[in-house]
Write a protein that binds this ligand. Structure first.
Ligand code: ADP
Length: 163
């Protein structure tokens, strides 16, 4: 039984993340989406909010679950008996970043293998950060994030449409 972890900050979850989750779920027996803290990013949503938002989008994916995790990814993976770490690659910039993290994780725990899935258009062109930027300016972001997430995002940023 292969358990994989898809870690990220998911601030918030995007349609690109969901595409990764769907594709990764077909490769393994069990996939855990791990909501983690990225110390170089200032989050807009709390861990609890993010777990709830992701959980609402996982219907129809019986082998996928979401958990909040703190500390090192490798320690979280050991605690859930996961051996595969899934990440997404959108471009060359992601590659350099993901390669360094993969090397570091391998050096921390040699039993872990990182698998990177190549993001496909149109998902490869956006990030949670970019979506937050345009949402802040009032753009409708439901093309990039699930409808319920877009609503929460606009509410949080004070850009929701009132009739
Ligand atoms: P982190 O802060 O750990 O990078 P993110 O939530 O930004 O967390 O990203 C989690 C993973 O999802 C990363 O591997 C990232 O490359 C991938 N990812 C982010 N946005 C997209 C997207 N639009 N399409 C596909 N993969 C994505």
């Amino acid at each position: 039984m292969v358990t994989a972890v898809f870690p990220g900050s998911f601030d918030p979850i995007t349609r690109g993340h969901l595409d990764m989750i769907q594709r990764a779920s077909r490769l393994v027996d069990r996939l855990i989406v791990a909501v983690m803290v990225n110390t170089s990013k200032q989050p807009l949503f709390t861990m609890t909010e993010k777990v709830a938002m992701i959980s609402d989008e996982l219907t129809g994916l019986p082998n996928v679950e979401v958990q909040a995790a703190t500390g090192l990814t490798v320690d979280f993976m050991a605690s859930v008996h996961a051996t595969v770490l899934v990440r997404g690659l959108r471009n060359e910039q992601d590659f350099g970043y993901e390669r360094d993290i993969a090397w570091m994780n391998k050096s921390l725990d040699e039993t872990i293998e990182t698998i990177c899935l190549i993001a496909q258009p149109p998902y490869a062109y956006f990030s949670s950060s970019l979506i937050k930027e345009v949402a802040k300016m009032g753009a409708d972001v439901s093309k990039y994030v699930p409808t319920a997430v877009a609503k929460k995002l606009h509410q949080r940023l004070g850009t929701d449409q009132h009739d």
